[in-house]
Design a protein around this ligand. Sequence first.
Ligand code: UDP
Length: 202
Amino acid sequence: TQRVKLFGVEIDALRMTEAVRQIWRQMDSPEATTEYVVTPNVDHAVLLQGNSQLQAAYEQARWVLADGWPVVWASRLLGQPLPERVTGSDLVPAMFAAATEAKPLSVFLLGAAAGVAQRAAANIEQRWPHVTVSGVYSPPLGFEYDEAENDRIIEMINAAAPQLLIIGLGAPKQELWIARHRKRLKTKAAICAGATIDFLAG
Ligand code: UDP
């Protein structure tokens, strides 16, 4: 995939349909380890300044997709146009919509408030019959500093063994979390999805 450097971030010149295809290919690969998606907007560029851990989390991301229109506009002004905007909140439903009876999808929702994630899970299974929510968990405030809690979360996800992990912890928490823990996760792909779980709770 061609990448375009904008606001100090290397962004993939990918359309949504191609991103969906690549993530599915990743999930289909039996020996695959967890690869993840980040969707930067201009705010993230600000967060990235002087935050070397977050920069590393971006560098390790397998997919870096342009969440915001300003990023797409800037790419056009610079003569290296990104084909379109691909937000996390559009990508997640597009992944679900690509599930079929022959190729069902299991997902785990990490983040958002407790009742909200449960409601999102019910909505997802109702709206996309070939998607199964194999687990949901809403971590308590400050969980990222609690190693025992992180171990429990990883065990919970691995026991559920989802193909896809949706992480809705907000930026930069979600990107730092997946970069730090992905080697221990037995899932194929993860999407750092901001407030997408809230949107799916409708
Ligand atoms: N969130 C969470 N735990 C936290 C911080 C945030 O679960 O410690 C959730 C919050 O409930 C919301 C999402 O993360 O569902 C953050 O959405 P926001 O719009 O802030 O994300 P951004 O678009 O800024 O990445």
